[in-house]
Design a binder for this molecule. Structure first.
Ligand code: NDP
Length: 232
């Protein structure tokens, strides 16, 4: 039986990852910032009681990441999905509105946390046969794809996580760990809004298909949910 750990698992894309992997018979370690307030996730955990375990994790707090790693010290994690992310409000995201605090926070959640989580759970991933780390980034972090400007904070935090994960992929390749960046598409979630082009079901189905075909040769690459390669 495979095991997947997912951050930001209480809503949006993260919750759909939990649902689809559980339906597929995977064990799911579902991390949520506020488990007591995660009704949809808790309902799924009741429905798949033998497969889903819910853990508290605020990815902004490195000490919580370290505690989780301690708690899971004997686990084998086949697939780690860094999904949790924030899109800062337009009040702090555009030209003329630079706000150091908001920018640092976006970097903590979108850039630093994925690396800290990978560092802290590396032994659990290394123990598995699959050895995969997937980080949700965005096409908005692609410099080549930036034709519209704006969104300084979000774009820079995702461009930064791209280079961070590229380095990690190179550093971890000798250990057989595959680390990949995935763009989920423009998805109808709280973050993507109602005009998003695809549903969470379509996005996660596509990403799971991409993940299922990954090999070590793909490590350090940047793919969209439909398998297309995205330019840096
Ligand atoms: P949502 O805003 O719908 O959900 C975000 C999730 O991240 C929530 O579970 C939220 O938890 C969690 N989260 C935020 N901050 C923290 C934190 N400090 N600690 C733990 N969890 C946290 O976003 P999506 O589901 O749409 O996005 C998922 C990922 O996909 C993100 O990384 C996003 O950047 C990326 N993405 C999304 C796109 C889209 O169109 N939707 C497009 C491109 C990329 P809580 O409920 O506690 O806030």
């Amino acid at each position: 039986m495979r095991t997947v750990l997912i951050t930001g698992a209480n809503r949006g894309i993260g919750l759909e990852f939990v649902r689809q992997y559980a339906v597929d018979g995977w064990r799911v370690l579902a991390c949520s910032r506020h488990p007591a307030a995660s009704d949809a996730l808790n309902n799924l955990a009741v429905q798949y009681a033998d497969l889903i375990a819910v853990y508290a994790l605020d990815v902004e707090k490195p000490e919580q990441i370290e505690n989780l790693s301690q708690m899971l010290s004997n686990e084998v994690i086949d697939l780690l999905i860094n999904n949790a992310g924030i899109y800062p409000s337009e009040r702090v995201n555009d030209f003329g509105r630079t706000d150091y605090e908001a920018w640092v926070r976006a970097f903590q959640v979108n850039t630093m946390a994925p690396l800290k989580i990978a560092e802290s759970l590396i032994m659990q991933v290394a123990r598995s046969n699959l050895k995969m780390i997937v980080t949700l980034t965005s096409k908005m972090g692609s410099i080549a794809d930036n034709h519209r400007g704006g969104s300084y904070v979000y774009r820079s935090s995702k461009a930064a996580v791209n280079i961070v994960m590229k380095s990690m992929a190179i550093d971890l390749k000798p250990t057989g760990i595959t680390a990949v960046l995935l763009h989920p598409g423009w998805v109808r979630t709280d973050m993507g809004g109602p005009n998003g082009l695809i549903s969470v079901e379509q996005s996660v189905t596509g990403m799971r298909d991409v993940i299922s075909h990954l090999t070590l040769a793909d490590s350090g690459k940047f793919y969209a949910f439909d398998g297309q390669t995205i330019p840096w």
